[in-house]
Design a protein around this ligand. Structure first.
Ligand code: NAP
Length: 244
């Protein structure tokens, strides 16, 4: 991936940070984006210490203005983005009967609309180059459903639909667009779940362990590589067999 620039959203921690580290080790220059600049600097510092080329970009996916500004700055500094990893995401879990409109809107805006807007910012550059890789992080629950997560499930199913539609729009330009559907991955997002729920979830995972951020990053690296050039519109499960 030497010579490629990868832009990773939600790279201040968890899966996004692992994606940035892995793509950097594979030779890409990486741009780490999220809201928390201190955490981004920390993550970028670790990549630089390992010999990689890492830059940070403050960006709030809930603001179209912030997204446009972030990509405009990246374009002015690096020319074009070759690899976009749409990883940032949030949950606001509760049963639908109790779900506030604001919780619905926040999750759809960040996870789905934010993903769409980020993709829009990189398409022209990729079209000019006739090369691009877009990898969207969905979730196993997009396929299985999950009570208490109507907003999150809808956003992540939307990400899969968006992936398939844009894969067809962009295939003739040699831009591949794929989704990854992680199962239970150990990060801050899942740390808040109760021990009882974790035991119940583990019982449903044939590989008998929770996933790591590195497990997801490995699939991202593959989809971003030359070797994956004939894969587009796919949804790759990284879930230990939790859902088949
Ligand atoms: P995480 O540890 O909570 O990290 C989320 C990242 O997204 C952080 O870097 C956060 O940074 C960023 N982010 C959140 N809101 C943002 C906003 N408005 N604008 C910009 N960045 C924002 O989550 P994770 O577990 O690594 O999850 C990463 C992705 O994988 C998410 O899309 C999640 O839905 C998906 N996923 C996770 C699991 C799992 O089991 N962990 C399973 C399936 C799918 P700031 O707070 O600094 O902005």
């Amino acid at each position: 991936m030497t010579g490629r620039t990868a832009f990773i959203t939600g790279a201040s921690r968890g899966i996004g940070q692992a994606c940035a580290e892995t793509l950097s080790r594979a030779g890409a220059r990486v741009v780490l984006a999220a809201r928390n600049l201190d955490k981004l600097e920390e993550a970028a510092g670790q990549i630089r210490a390992a010999g990689g080329e890492a830059f940070v970009q403050e960006m709030d996916l809930s603001s179209e203005e912030s997204i446009k500004g972030a990509f405009a700055k990246a374009a002015s500094e690096f020319g074009r983005i070759d690899i976009l990893v749409n990883n940032a995401g949030i949950t606001r879990d509760t049963l639908a009967l109790r779900m506030k409109r604001a919780d619905w809107d926040a999750v759809i805006q960040t996870n789905l609309t934010g993903t769409f807007l980020c993709i829009q910012q990189v398409l022209q550059g990729m079209m000019r180059e006739r090369w691009g890789r877009i990898i969207n992080i969905s979730s196993v629950v997009a396929q299985s459903g999950n009570p208490g997560q109507a907003n999150y499930v809808a956003s992540k199913s939307g990400v899969i639909g968006l992936t398939k539609a844009l894969a067809q729009e962009m295939a003739s330009r040699n831009i591949t667009i794929n989704a990854i559907a992680p199962g239970f991955i150990e990060t801050d997002m899942t740390a808040a779940l109760s021990p009882e729920l974790k035991v119940a979830l583990l019982a449903r995972i044939p590989l008998k362990r929770f996933g790591s951020a590195a497990d997801v990053a490995g699939a991202v690296k593959f989809l971003a590589s030359e070797e994956a050039s004939y894969i587009t519109g796919a949804v790759i499960d990284v879930n230990g067999g939790m859902y088949m």
